[in-house]
Design a protein around this ligand. Sequence first.
Ligand SMILES: Nc1ncnc2c1ncn2[C@@H]1O[C@H](COP(=O)(O)OP(=O)(O)O)[C@@H](O)[C@H]1O
Ligand SMILES: [Mg+2]
Length: 318
Amino acid sequence: MLLSITDLHIQFEAEGQVTRAVEGVSFSLDRGQVLGLVGESGCGKSATAMSIPRLLPSPPARVTQGRVYFDGQNLLDMPLTDLRKIRGQKIGVIFQDAMSSLSPLHRIGPQLEEVIRLHRPVSSAAARATALEWLGRVGIPDPAQRAKAYPHELSGGMQQRVMIAMGLLLEPDLIIADEPTTALDVTLQAQVLCLMRKLHRKNSGMLLITHDMGVVSQMATHIAVMYAGQIVEQAEAAAFFSKPLHPYSIALLEAMPSAATRGKRLKAIPGQVPSAGAFPAGCRFHDRCPVARPDCAQTPPALRPCGSRLVRCPYAAQ
Ligand SMILES: Nc1ncnc2c1ncn2[C@@H]1O[C@H](COP(=O)(O)OP(=O)(O)O)[C@@H](O)[C@H]1O
Ligand SMILES: [Mg+2]
């Protein structure tokens, strides 16, 4: 197994106040798979994903419990010097906001070259050649010329492509992509997704985080749905999209634009994701759930097997 996360708990502590943002998340990911981690904003997707390469700012974040095994090693108790070798080289991260992870002070070519030389014993000429090759591969026209540009001189779409090149150029075994296309307009979004699918190697695994079910339906082989800091459904993508089982999954899919709903009003999910620290008693989704029963407000449901998947609802049936 490439990545295996067990019983992960993450807290944020600020001004003496503790919020439990992620509680008891477990999943695994193998080579060749794309796991779509979905859910509305604030459900704990980014916290979960960023805890894998230990990129959460600490403080305020703290992983209080859990194991994160990557290629047989627990990343959570690994010395930072060893972890740094794994980051970038074996785990590539693509963030939502390209500008926040590109240095504004350096031209993009040299930034890519530096990443390569940090992890590989190659000459600067070889690093430059690889950097230019990747700029070309992510669809940046005239790479030799564009490599001389500073990030702010590029459009949002081009910046995002540079980020993708940065995340992929060391050909990592695991790619973590957190809302990689959210900042882009719809046409560019489709192009960038297509590109990521093309560049994703058969023997690597991808954790793709998004609140956009359309994006995930094009990319994922497996799905994990998060709600209020917990996983509420885990399934293979085909089964999930043909029949989601958890009421929250059903609501997410009904809110997804599709050919069938084009021109019609989409069904929004009523209410809001409760903030971490203010989760309702019982099932965390009960107050927004269209099929909630009286006991849903009392008993927190367990994540239980239902056919080949896991569902956190006692009433969901295949
Ligand atoms: N830097 C932070 N400081 C305090 N709380 C945070 C911070 N980042 C995230 N959180 C808390 O964790 C919850 C989950 O956040 P996040 O993982 O970013 O959600 P998602 O990626 O699903 O939108 C948030 O609702 C918030 O309460
Ligand atoms: Mg997020």
